[in-house]
Design a protein around this ligand. Structure first.
Ligand code: ADP
Length: 162
């Protein structure tokens, strides 16, 4: 049984993350979306809010679950009995950072393997921060995040896009 962990901030989850989840759910038996938080760095959404949003948008998968964790990702993966870390690559700009992360994780844990997945080209520009920048200006974020997340973001930024 291949259990994979998909770690990230998911602050909040976007269609880009979901595309990666969709692919991972096909390739692996079990996928755990792992919302990594760190006490010094507060996000836009609380961990509870992020958990709620992910829970809501992964309902259709019977092999995908979500949980939150802190500390080292490789330690969390080991605790969860997973030896695969999934990361998504958007454009070359992600490559250097992701390589550093994957290499550091390899040094920390030889038995945990990073697998990179690529999302559809239309999501290659998409990040949580892009969606948030648009929401800050009360713009239409419906192409970036699922409806449930859009509602939560509009609530957070105090508007309703018609
Ligand atoms: P982090 O804060 O650890 O970068 P994110 O929540 O931003 O976490 O992203 C988690 C993972 O998902 C990262 O590997 C990131 O590159 C990937 N990802 C995010 N958005 C996209 C996208 N639009 N297409 C492909 N991968 C993505």
């Amino acid at each position: 049984m291949q259990r994979a962990v998909y770690p990230g901030s998911f602050d909040p989850i976007t269609y880009g993350h979901l595309d990666i989840i969709d692919r991972a759910a096909e390739v692996f038996d079990e996928v755990i979306v792992l919302i990594m938080y760190n006490d010094e760095k507060t996000g836009t959404f609380t961990v509870e809010e992020r958990l709620d949003m992910v829970q809501n948008v992964i309902k259709k998968y019977d092999n995908v679950t979500v949980m939150a964790g802190d500390g080292l990702t490789v330690d969390m993966a080991r605790k969860l009995g997973a030896n695969i870390l999934i990361r998504g690559i958007r454009a070359v700009t992600d490559y250097e950072y992701e390589m550093q992360l994957a290499t550091a994780n390899m040094v920390l844990a030889e038995d945990v393997h990073t697998v990179f997945l690529v999302a559809k080209p239309e999501y290659s520009f998409l990040s949580s921060s892009t969606a948030k920048s648009i929401a800050k200006c009360k713009g239409d974020i419906s192409s970036f995040v699922p409806d449930y997340v859009r509602e939560k973001m509009e609530e957070k930024y105090g508007y309703h896009y018609e």
